[in-house]
Write a protein that binds this ligand. Sequence first.
Ligand SMILES: NC(=O)c1ccc[n+]([C@@H]2O[C@H](COP(=O)([O-])OP(=O)(O)OC[C@H]3O[C@@H](n4cnc5c(N)ncnc54)[C@H](O)[C@@H]3O)[C@@H](O)[C@H]2O)c1
Ligand SMILES: Nc1nc(=O)c(N)c(NC[C@H](O)[C@H](O)[C@H](O)COP(=O)(O)O)[nH]1
Length: 232
Amino acid sequence: MIKKQNSFKCDDMRPYVILNAAMTLDGKIATKTGSSEISGEEDLKRVHELRRDVDGIMVGINTVIADDPRLTVHKIPSKKQDNPIRVVVDNKARTPLNSRILSDDAETIIAITENSNEEDFKERHQKLEKVATIFLSGKKQINLKDLMEYLYIKGIKILMLEGGSTLNFSMIKEGLIDELRICIAPMVVGGHNSKTLFDGEGFDFMNEAINLDLIKNYRLGKDLILEYKVKK
Ligand SMILES: NC(=O)c1ccc[n+]([C@@H]2O[C@H](COP(=O)([O-])OP(=O)(O)OC[C@H]3O[C@@H](n4cnc5c(N)ncnc54)[C@H](O)[C@@H]3O)[C@@H](O)[C@H]2O)c1
Ligand SMILES: Nc1nc(=O)c(N)c(NC[C@H](O)[C@H](O)[C@H](O)COP(=O)(O)O)[nH]1
């Protein structure tokens, strides 16, 4: 269990954020067609233990659309109260109403922008409001710092970030990630259109890179697990 450990505190009014992901040796978190079964059985068990131990779990809207994840604890013995609060970063309220993330297994928070030019934005917003907690933020893009403060006030002290590439980059660029736990599977898929661990706009120069400290590495079944802390 990690909930009670002091090393997971951070100074700001925001959760301690752990990015967890699985990638192939060539850094891809999905193929160009969106196929993404990367982790071995042992790693999936580790992921679900982490889900059980955090207060919240967050993904970007494209991950909801591509994978239809439950974001619950279901690969280890668990109770309903083990499920973390689920958070979707969804600018234009595109979360499909039949998504598994909207099940009654746990609360779901959907962060959407205050307004949009899209014709049926208001209607989608109103429908989602009936099945999820809505957090309104930003004009064109969700303000991630405001969202983190809201989640912290809601009681989410440790947040697991589960992708995808675009949200991962925005979060690390804004200085909102504290730790990374990465599963590297012994697979290569290639493809310049395949999603990598961090996409987004990227930095121009190496001296802008986010620097990490390797704190742990071990073999887990067929996979390699690397754990890093982000240097502040
Ligand atoms: N292997 C893994 O561990 C893993 C984990 C999660 C997702 N994935 C894969 O990642 C892919 C999806 O990644 P992606 O990059 O297309 O999408 P994503 O899931 O990162 O969602 C990105 C979207 O989030 C929204 N968003 C709102 N505010 C934002 C902000 N401030 N910053 C960034 N995004 C913001 C935007 O609409 C943006 O397009 C899927 O194929 C999925 O299978 C893999
Ligand atoms: N750690 C990890 N290994 C993978 O091989 C993989 N594809 C994901 N992907 C993250 C995605 O957000 C969802 O976790 C999965 O699609 C599982 O879905 P569930 O929530 O368990 O229903 N994550």
